[in-house]
Design a protein around this ligand. Structure first.
Ligand code: ADE
Length: 226
């Protein structure tokens, strides 16, 4: 899979050098590149934004520079273009799964009050375009949101996470949250590992875990049970 990110702060993406995602890059499972949007400006100040039509606070990112950047990064390819915005569709495990089957993803990271909407409209004519939010809160820009989405997507690629089973059992894969986990020691600060997990009865353990998943989902995310 090929992934490109376009941002005025490409340094944000250096965290993708680390851990499993870093290894996936080293082994060639993914090719990732962060691009500086300002490379496509042509004034001395490398301007990327201007005041909004209609008035109001903040600045809007200009279409011309985004048009050139995306033209260049998408040249010769048919990527899915992802615009990160708090006004987007909520990014979920299902969307991560869907995007993990694509060959090329381009993350366009908005800042300020966002990107001129005509950029989304224009590229939507020739490409699959998605406006995605990682949650109901506002970040200063789409870089952190992109990193979160890239991690969620890339770990689903075959060979990135060592144990494929750990992908199947985790939270959201089956509509409820994952059960609680325990490791050694058996007794810690007066707290014991639940008896059932020590029993060696696989059917009992599966039943216990399923019940714990249900209770946890009911407590932390009742919306998922509806
Ligand atoms: N940019 C700012 N806030 C965001 C969010 N919640 N999700 C995606 N991009 C964003």
């Amino acid at each position: 899979m090929r992934i490109d990110a376009i941002s005025i702060f490409p340094e944000f993406f250096s965290v993708l050098d680390l851990s499993l995602i870093g290894k996936a890059r080293e082994s060639g499972l993914i090719a990732f590149k962060a691009h500086n949007l300002r490379d496509w400006t042509n004034d001395v100040h490398k301007t990327v934004d201007d005041t909004p039509y209609g008035g109001g606070a903040g600045m809007v990112m200009m279409p011309e520079v985004w048009g050139k950047a995306i033209d260049s990064v998408a040249a010769g390819s048919k990527p899915v273009i992802i615009f990160t915005t708090p006004a987007g569709e909520l990014f979920t495990q299902q969307i991560a799964q869907e995007l993990s089957t694509k060959e090329h993803l381009v993350f366009a990271c908005g800042r300020y009050e966002g990107i001129d909407q005509r950029v989304v409209e224009h590229f939507g004519k020739d490409f699959e375009v998605r406006e995605l939010s990682i949650g109901d809160y506002v970040l200063n820009g789409g870089e952190v949101a992109s990193v979160a989405m890239i991690e969620a997507i890339v770990r689903l690629l075959p060979g990135v996470v060592g144990n494929a089973e750990s992908l199947e059992e985790e939270s959201f894969s089956e509509g409820q949250l994952e059960y609680p986990s325990y490791t050694k020691p058996q007794s810690w600060r007066g707290l014991e590992v639940p008896e059932t997990l020590l029993s060696g009865h696989h059917a009992e353990i599966a039943k216990w875990r399923n019940e714990q998943s249900r209770l946890r989902t009911q407590k932390n995310r009742p919306d998922l049970l509806k």
